[in-house]
Design a protein. Structure first.
Length: 101
C-alpha cells in the first residue's frame, strides 16, 4: 500500500511540473539530489496518507511494540519508525525481547 500512495504522491505533487517542462523525468540509473528530493516528497505524502499524525499519536500511546503499530497501519516497521521520528515520538519496543523503549 505504501508504494501505491508513494506513486499517487508523485502524480499529484510532480505532475504539474512535469507537464509544464519544469521537471525532467528522472533516470533511475542516475540518482541526482533533485531526484532524491522527489522521492522524499512522495514518501512524505504516502506517510501522511497511511499514517495520519493524530492517529499515530493515539495508537502510539496504546501499542507496546513497533511491529504492532506497523501492522495496525499496514506499513513496514521501518516506515513506522521513520514516521514516529518525524512526529517527535519515541519508538516503542521493537519486539518482546527488547530494542526500543
Amino acid at each position: 500500500h505504501f508504494s501505491f500512495w508513494h506513486e499517487v504522491g508523485h502524480y499529484l505533487i510532480h505532475r504539474p511540473r512535469l507537464s509544464s517542462g519544469l521537471l525532467a523525468c528522472p533516470h533511475p540509473a542516475s540518482p541526482r539530489m533533485a531526484d532524491l528530493e522527489l522521492e522524499r516528497e512522495a514518501d512524505i505524502f504516502a506517510a501522511n496518507v497511511m499514517m495520519p499524525a493524530d492517529w499515530v499519536r493515539r495508537s502510539h500511546r496504546r501499542q507496546s511494540t513497533l511491529q504492532a503499530l506497523a501492522r495496525d497501519f499496514g506499513v513496514t516497521p521501518t516506515a513506522m519508525m521513520r514516521r514516529l521520528r518525524e512526529l517527535g515520538l519515541r519508538p516503542v519496543a521493537s519486539s518482546a525481547g527488547g530494542g526500543f523503549r
